[in-house]
Design a protein around this ligand. Structure first.
Ligand SMILES: Cc1ncc(COP(=O)(O)O)c(C=O)c1O
Length: 374
């Protein structure tokens, strides 16, 4: 089966892992701190906290901003379930917004329609790595926090600024299906200095001025095990195994994205004359994409048939993300027509840096073959 995502882990990652093992300390230490520094530099000199998943970053963002009972957060409905789960877990209410049919990003006008006196934040997604129009969004978010789920858009840019480093908080994922992959892992960026120290506490059990036992010993010399907490929090620390891999992956990241863009453009060219397919848009002017998804819209109710045909011919494909307002558990009463139409038409095809020319040829020919038969 040709997979939809794939990582590029190899000898170099194994080499650094050997060193971490030999150090006899696999917890949060030097590799983790260096990864935070280097990732922060990569996304535009931002202060970063590494965490054990992007879902952790989503949950943390609610605690950092003090979002809780009585508050509402607007979320584009085509999005990952971790976002509403984090909002609900904080005791607040997710409010689902419709998306734009071209980019699948939140429709800015939805923010005006859905906001009320309880609205505290808008949690946006840069779908497939194509940046939202941040200037436009900021106009509509006036007075609300902007949180960026940047799991799709690791080094996407909007007017020279890294996605995930534009709003008040940005959340990144390094899980097994992401462009920079450490198996699990994530990062959170926070604009405001005061909120950053809150984030440090939220990341590790609420402990104030978190120091290692050894650092504490050096400073106090006696009773170094005593501690205080600011609030009762979860534990979201990553470790040196993940972060050592992350440091190697970071060096390769630009080359991954270069290759993804080549594949993306190959698909664009190959599908340009197909009557029943609408191709994805180019990234907005003055933006750069990470090319995380290649998505097509399939007309004439043929999407599901094409999906089955591809899978039966050894090509995995899927639709990301099943609209949140249709998930029964969330009990949403919204009818969001754009997202509901996209839910019938959109298909994500394999896109990763390890696709060979033979794989690509097979995918393109199989898609074309399907339309020849109908
Ligand atoms: C858009 C989006 N946000 C957040 C996440 C959560 O990432 P993680 O698996 O690192 O928790 C994912 C994972 O698939 C995602 O696709």
């Amino acid at each position: 089966m040709i997979q939809i995502f794939s990582n590029s882990l190899g000898e170099e990652e194994l080499k650094v892992l050997k060193k971490v093992f030999e150090s006899r300390w696999i917890g949060f230490a030097n590799e983790s701190k260096l990864f935070e520094k280097e990732f922060g530099e990569k996304i535009g000199e931002r202060k970063v906290l590494a965490v054990n998943s992007c879902t952790a970053a989503l949950f943390m963002s609610m605690r950092i901003l003090g979002i809780g009972p009585g508050d509402e957060v607007i979320v584009p409905t085509i999005n990952f379930i971790g976002v509403p789960n984090a909002i609900i877990n904080a005791g607040a209410k997710p409010v689902f917004a419709d998306v734009d049919t071209k980019y699948l990003n939140i429709l800015p006008s939805e923010i005006d329609r859905l906001r009320n006196k309880n609205t505290k934040a808008v949690f946006i997604l840069h779908y497939g790595g194509h940046s939202c129009n941040m200037d436009e969004l900021k106009k509509h978010c006036n007075g609300l926090y902007i949180l960026e789920d940047s799991a799709n858009s690791i080094i996407s840019k909007y007017k020279g600024k890294n996605c995930g480093a534009i709003g008040d908080i940005g959340c990144f994922s390094f899980d097994a299906m992401k462009i920079l992959s450490t198996g699990n892992g994530g990062a959170i960026t926070i604009m405001n200095e005061k909120l950053f120290s809150k984030a440090m506490e939220v990341r590790y059990l609420g402990i104030k001025n978190k120091q290692s036992g050894i650092d504490s010993f050096k400073e106090k010399q006696k009773r170094w095990w005593e501690l205080e907490i600011a609030s009762a929090e979860n534990r979201y620390l990553p470790n040196d195994i993940l972060c050592a891999i992350g440091r190697v992956q970071l060096k390769k990241l630009d080359s991954f994205i270069k290759r993804r863009k080549e594949i993306w453009l190959t698909y664009q060219e190959a599908f340009k004359d197909l009557e029943f397919i609408e191709r994805p848009p180019e990234p907005l002017p003055e933006t750069e994409s990470s090319y995380y998804f290649y998505w097509i819209k399939v007309k004439n109710n043929l999407r599901d048939k094409l999906a089955s045909y591809l899978v039966n011919n050894g090509i995995y494909c899927t639709f990301r993300y099943y609209p949140l307002h249709l998930i029964k558990h969330y009990k949403s009463k919204e009818r969001l027509p754009n997202a509901e139409k996209l839910n019938e038409e959109v298909l994500d095809l394999p896109l990763h840096q390890n696709l060979s020319y033979n794989d690509l040829e097979k995918i393109v020919n199989t898609v074309k073959g399907f339309f020849k038969k109908i």
